[in-house]
Ligand binder design. Structure first.
Ligand SMILES: [Fe+2]
Length: 231
């Protein structure tokens, strides 16, 4: 009998799972600052070279330092449990979550953003979530990308690359993050807070997602109140 991936990760999460509470920014996700610069041209190029992400192809598509190349029974079971979280809501298990581009380091302005976080073993990708794509609610695990790193040393930082428009949904717990402007970046308690995204607007929604091992430089940025950074 297959089990739900969401239910499995819920067991090790510290999130409250009480839908009557209104989560506030700073509790489960925190906006840290904003990049200032011009990356429109590079972003337009990057957007033309994406591929759709599904739960079935996610661990071979994300440019991990240690990509999963073997299709093991454990991997098949994990994918099925991830798909179950869609089918139990009546959805298509092969639905596209988002489009992705993992060749982000080809673009100097994005490399510069990534470097400024001071992460070790940073891996990065850009999500281009097109109209109709839905990344269903889930809790993260970075074991595939970082099998040997203690979880509390890992962080994911997300940079919103274009201004928010209505119809773009970015949900952390019971909080719906919205009204961001291009360059704003945030982190979240990835082991704990369920999160998901959807795009019901007529504009692709783009974000740079950087995952890696925190250093002193990273921790400084996280502990500094909202700051502007030039790239
Ligand atoms: Fe996630």
């Amino acid at each position: 009998m297959n089990s739900s991936y969401y239910d499995k990760l819920k067991q090790t999460s510290q999130y409250h799972f009480d839908n009557t509470l209104r989560d506030q920014p700073g509790e489960w996700f925190t906006v840290h600052g904003k990049f200032q610069g011009n990356w429109q041209q590079e972003l337009q190029q990057l957007k033309t070279d994406t591929k759709p992400l599904t739960w079935r192809n996610i661990s071979s598509s994300l440019g991990h330092k240690t990509p999963q190349t073997q299709w093991t029974p454990e991997r098949e079971a994990r994918v099925q449990s991830q798909e179950l979280d869609i089918t139990r809501g009546g959805g298509d298990p092969e639905m596209e979550l988002t489009d992705v581009n993992i060749e982000v380091n080809r673009y100097p302005v994005f490399s510069s953003m990534i470097e400024s976080f001071g992460l070790e073993l940073a891996h990065a990708r850009v999500h281009v979530q097109r109209t109709g794509q839905v990344f269903n609610m889930h809790i993260d695990t970075y074991k595939t990308g970082f099998p040997d790193v203690p979880e509390d040393q890992l962080i994911r930082i997300t940079v919103m690359l274009e201004d928010w428009v209505p119809g773009q949904f970015y949900c952390y717990g019971t909080h719906n993050y919205s009204h961001w402007s291009a360059g704003e970046f945030h982190s979240f308690r990835w082991k704990d807070v369920p999160h998901g995204t959807a795009n019901a607007s007529s504009v692709p929604r783009t974000s740079l997602i950087v995952t890696g091992i925190k250093t002193e430089k990273t921790i400084d940025i996280l502990n500094t109140p909202y700051t502007f950074y030039k790239v």
